[in-house]
Design a binder for this molecule. Structure first.
Ligand code: NAD
Length: 296
C-alpha cells in the first residue's frame, strides 16, 4: 500500500481561506502581536512566518522584539500594554524564552488575557478545552484536527494513539480527539510495550522529538499517521518522528516533514486570531462551546 499524502500546504490554505472569510464577515481587521525575547534563530524564522501569514490575509500584525536580557517586569509590562490595546486581538509570546527568563515562563503566559491567548496555553483556556468550552485551543493539535476534517478522515469511534504528553501538543491533542469521540490512548517515555499499543492505532499522532522513532512495523496497515515531530538531522535536513519512506508503504494516510503539520500550525494561529477577535467583538469571551460541550 502507498499512503495518501496529507499535504500541509493544501490544508493550511483551506484553514487560512476559512479564517479570511470569517474575518471579512466580522467587518474588522484582526490583529496579532508576537512578542519575541532574544534572538534565537529558529524562533526568528517562526515569527517571520507568522507575520507573513498575517500580511497575506490582510491582518494587522505587530512585532515586539525585546533583548535577551529583558527583565521579567519589562516583559510583563509589554503584555499588559498589549492586553489593553483594542487593535490587538491575539497575543503570543514566542517560546522558548531565554534561559534567564525560563523560570518565569508560566507566569508570563498567565499574564496574557485568556481572551487574547491565541496559543491556548493559559490555564483558563486549558480548562475550557478540557470541559468542552474551548475556543482557543493550541494551534498545532487544533490544526491537525482541521486537517483530518477537511481530509474526511473519520475520528468518531476510532482508536487514536498519541505518542507524547506535552502541554503544547500531546495533551491538547488528546482532548481534541476525545471531543471528536475518538477513543484516546496517550503514550509517553514511561509507557511499557509502546510498539504494541501504537500498532492498535487507527489514528497515530507522533509528537516526541526523536527522528524516525516510529517504524513501519509499529503501524497498523491503513492507519492515518500524523507526524508532528521536527528534527534537524543534518545542517539542512529536517525529518519527523516517523520513518516516512517505510511507514508510507503501510499507512493509509500520512503527513510529510517538512510540508506537513508545521504549515497547519501557522494557519491555525490565523484562525485563532479571528476566533479571538470574534469573541472580543461579541463580548462573550467565555461562552462559546465546542460541538461536544457535553460528552456522553
Ligand atoms: P516535548 O519534548 O515537550 O515532549 C516530548 C514527549 O515525547 C514527552 O511527553 C515524552 O514523554 C515523549 N517521549 C520522549 N521520548 C519518548 C520515548 N522514547 N517513548 C515514548 N515517548 C517519548 O516536545 P513537544 O513540544 O511536544 O514537541 C514534540 C515534537 O514536535 C518536537 O519535535 C517538536 O519540534 C515538534 N513540534 C512541532 C510543531 C509543529 O508546528 N509542527 C509544534 C510543536 C512541536
Amino acid at each position: 500500500m502507498t499512503a495518501r499524502i496529507l499535504s500541509g500546504r493544501e490544508y493550511a490554505a483551506k484553514i487560512k481561506e476559512a479564517a479570511k472569510r470569517e474575518a471579512d464577515l466580522l467587518g474588522l481587521r484582526p490583529g496579532l502581536a508576537v512578542v519575541m525575547v532574544g534572538d534565537n534563530p529558529a524562533s526568528a524564522v517562526y515569527v517571520r512566518n507568522k507575520n507573513k501569514s498575517c500580511e497575506e490575509l490582510g491582518f494587522h500584525s505587530v512585532m515586539e522584539t525585546l533583548s535577551a536580557n529583558t527583565s521579567k517586569e519589562r516583559l510583563l509590562a509589554v503584555i499588559d500594554r498589549l492586553n489593553a490595546d483594542a487593535s490587538i486581538h491575539g497575543i503570543l509570546v514566542q517560546l522558548p524564552l531565554p534561559a534567564e527568563l525560563s523560570d518565569a515562563e508560566q507566569e508570563v503566559l498567565n499574564r496574557i488575557s485568556p481572551d487574547k491567548d491565541v496559543d491556548g496555553f493559559h490555564p483558563v483556556n486549558v480548562g475550557r478545552l478540557s470541559t468542552g468550552q474551548g475556543s482557543l485551543a493550541p494551534c498545532t493539535p487544533a490544526g491537525c484536527i482541521k486537517m483530518l476534517e477537511y481530509a474526511d478522515i473519520p475520528m468518531d469511534g476510532k482508536h487514536a494513539v498519541i505518542i507524547g504528553r506535552s502541554n503544547i501538543v500531546g495533551k491538547p491533542m488528546a482532548q481534541l480527539l476525545l471531543a471528536k469521540n475518538a477513543t484516546v490512548t496517550i503514550c509517553h517515555s514511561h509507557t511499557k510495550d509502546l510498539a504494541k499499543i501504537v500498532r492498535e492505532a487507527d489514528i497515530l499522532v507522533a509528537a516526541i522529538g526523536k527522528p524516525r522513532f516510529v517504524t513501519a512495523d509499529m503501524v497498523k496497515p491503513g492507519a492515518t499517521v500524523i507526524d508532528v515531530g521536527i528534527n534537524r538531522v543534518e545542517p539542512k535536513k529536517l525529518v519527523g518522528d516517523v520513518d516516512f519512506e517505510a511507514v508510507s508503504e503501510v499507512a493509509g494516510a500520512i503527513t510529510p516533514v517538512p510540508g506537513g503539520v508545521g504549515l497547519l500550525t501557522v494557519a491555525m494561529l490565523m484562525q485563532n486570531v479571528v476566533t479571538a477577535a470574534k469573541m472580543q467583538l461579541q463580548g462573550n469571551c467565555n461562552i462559546e462551546k465546542t460541538d461536544k460541550g457535553k460528552m456522553a
